[in-house]
Design a protein around this ligand. Structure first.
Ligand SMILES: N[C@@H](CCC(=O)N[C@@H](CS)C(=O)NCC(=O)O)C(=O)O
Length: 261
């Protein structure tokens, strides 16, 4: 495979590949859309991908803890059909990616996008799944943001070339596999002497990290468990299995979202 860098990049016009759809280069709404709004305080527009799942996890954990004003309606934004580009959804998230959340219990309602901002808001609002002391909270935020910076290498990098590119390309697969294995090793060393990533218990940092790295370790992502030799990370395995066994996590994974109609 050889490629000569042109002076100025032009779109390849590869219409067979949905990732190369030229419309993707331009932000903004593409069509008028009216999103449904249910009667619960929180309105979630999401999907069962790792990006959506972490928000479903925190909402189900809050429900499990009996927090009444964290009740939510969950609507599916079908990204395969381009529903993320509708006017109402783009008004919630100018980045046009799931998940987005609106908290109607606040006046005016709070609109949120970026999954980690949603986790942080819900945890802080309810004082749960986030350490109370500034010192422990700082440690928790370090791991939350470690995950925010690292996991795009898993989904957008490794995953793209392992599972979605039109054919296996050795250079990017080597590049991203090496990085993902390094990240799994970071987690494995960190978890060697502790049950959870930070603080004294299970936090939003674990939820966010689990949706990629925990599920990767359990072989639930791209069928890549053997390729990545995930059994080589025993502390990640233990942590991942403990979290997977939580009833709220099971409910989050089976969450049924309503179609937006
Ligand atoms: N940085 C975003 C990432 C969210 C994301 O990547 N969502 C994907 C689904 S997993 C999406 O909506 N993709 C639609 C698209 O790229 O058009 C966040 O934190 O919420």
């Amino acid at each position: 495979m050889s490629y000569t860098l042109p002076k100025i990049w032009t779109h390849p016009n590869n219409t067979d590949n949905p990732f190369f759809n030229a419309e993707r280069m331009v932000a903004g709404a593409r069509f008028e859309q009216k999103l449904p709004v249910g009667d619960k305080p929180l309105q979630l527009y999401s999907l069962g991908t790792p990006s959506g799942l972490r928000v479903h996890m925190v909402l189900e954990e809050l429900a499990e803890s009996g927090v009444a004003d964290a009740e939510y309606d969950a609507f599916a934004i079908d990204i395969g059909r381009g529903e993320q580009y509708g006017s109402d959804f783009v008004a919630l998230n100018p980045n046009a990616k799931i998940p987005a959340l609106v908290d109607y219990s606040a006046n005016p309602p709070v609109k949120l996008f970026e999954f980690d901002a949603i986790l942080q808001y819900l945890a802080e609002k309810h004082g749960q799944f986030i350490p109370a002391s500034p010192q422990k909270r700082a440690e928790c935020m370090s791991w939350l943001f470690w995950q925010a910076g690292s996991s795009p290498y898993v989904g957008g990098g490794f995953g793209h070339f392992f599972a979605f590119a039109p054919e296996p390309f050795e250079y990017p697969i080597n590049y991203f596999t090496l990085e993902v294995k390094r990240q799994l090793s970071v987690l494995d060393k960190h978890l060697a002497d502790k049950a959870y990533l930070c603080g004294d218990g299970y936090t939003i940092a674990d939820m966010a990290t689990w949706t990629w790295y925990g599920r990767l370790a359990l072989g639930l992502v791209y069928g890549s468990g053997e390729f990545l030799q995930v059994a080589d990370y025993p502390h990640v395995q233990r942590w991942a299995k403990n979290i997977a066994a939580r009833p709220a996590v099971q409910r989050a994974m089976n969450l049924r979202l309503q179609a937006i109609g």
